[in-house]
Design a protein around this ligand. Structure first.
Ligand code: NAD
Length: 309
């Protein structure tokens, strides 16, 4: 089974490459390293693995058959997509178009990594897949949210009009080892600050909620969705909801840091709540998260400690 993973040198993509290799796939990882790092795949010694450094917003030619394309390439953290707004829009639009074209040519099954961000600042909680979202198209987060909304639309168009076999996942906040320590996402942010003994910065009063899924659970959900027959978007994430303040306190407790919690202004368009409705994933894939927040955080803290040392 020849499988392409775009964004395979990133956080989620590298864990997906590990899982696919463990399940006997031949993996071609395509990444331009704009936010990823070769360090994330340097442990892979398999002769079924190949890395191609390439910007998929430009056409990609691959010889021979391809069975599956997992399209994960995109800056994903608010710091990254605000630093690379045009590249984010291009990879969501041109990159997705290129990968769908490749899937069509090769008769391969195509998988889009979409996001809970397509729900914007949601007016319903938890968010089912039927919810259309509340997105500000011209705000600072719009470059990412709208790129992913376009990516979903073109994926469904290729499915309906070109009969390409497609899957769409809406990933909710995922964390774990190999996250970039300074990408501004809440988990690396809080852990980094705690390990350095700095103030832990909570935006607003910390009452906004998030739900965090451990990476091994997320990639299992990705794989199961790809192997299923379900072609409409599906939420994969952890429905256990925590306020950001609660979450900061858990990290203080687990790391044993002396850091204090400091409050700062809420960024523009920061969603107030985020929690997936995973009824479809449970019923159709038999999937639900297994790793507890406590265990997942301990593993992640271990990784960040090694990076600091
Ligand atoms: N981690 C999460 O919590 C989360 C949540 C929702 C959605 N997602 C989606 O999952 C995917 C992976 O996210 P991640 O957290 O691993 O981020 P990441 O930044 O670690 O990985 C993204 C990878 O894509 C690569 N990339 C970006 N543009 C590219 C291009 N034009 N050509 C080739 N490679 C390119 C980057 O170099 C990087 O290696 C993204 O599509 C993201 O939108 C992630």
């Amino acid at each position: 089974m020849k499988t392409i993973v775009t964004g395979g040198a990133g956080f989620l993509g590298s864990h997906l490459c590990d899982l696919l290799l463990a399940r006997d796939h031949e993996v071609i990882c395509v990444d331009n390293l704009i936010t990823g790092n070769e360090r994330n795949i340097s442990h892979i010694g398999s002769d079924r693995f190949k890395f191609i450094k390439h910007d998929i917003s430009k056409p990609l030619y691959i010889k021979g058959k391809v069975d599956f394309i997992y399209h994960l390439a995109s800056p994903a953290s608010p710091i990254d997509y605000q630093e690379f707004p045009i590249q984010t829009l291009k990879v969501g639009a041109l990159g997705t178009h290129n990968m769908l074209g490749l899937a069509k040519e090769k008769n391969a099954r195509f998988f889009l990594a979409s996001t809970s961000e397509i729900y914007g600042d949601p007016l319903v909680n938890p968010q089912p897949e039927e919810y259309w979202g509340n997105v500000n198209p011209i705000g600072p987060r719009g470059v990412y949210d709208e790129a992913k909304r376009f990516a979903e639309a073109i994926t469904m168009a290729y499915n309906r009009y070109h009969r390409v076999d497609t899957r769409i996942i809406r990933i909710f906040n995922t964390y774990g080892p190999r996250m970039c320590p300074n990408d501004g996402r809440v988990v690396p942010n809080f852990i980094g600050q705690a390990l350095r003994g700095e103030d832990i910065t909570v935006y607003g009063d910390g009452s906004q909620t998030r739900s965090f899924c451990y990476v091994s659970d997320e990639v299992e959900g990705i794989y199961r969705l790809m192997m299923s027959d379900y072609t409409l978007p599906m939420n994969i994430g952890n429905p256990e909801e925590h306020t950001i303040l609660e979450f900061a306190k858990i990290i203080v407790r687990i790391t044993g840091t002396r850091s204090k919690i400091a409050f700062q202004n809420l960024p523009v368009d920061d969603p107030k709540q985020r929690r997936p409705d995973i009824t479809k994933a449970r019923n159709i894939l038999g999937w639900e998260p297994k790793v507890s927040l406590e265990h997942g955080l301990k593993e992640t803290i271990k990784y960040f400690k090694c990076m600091v040392e």
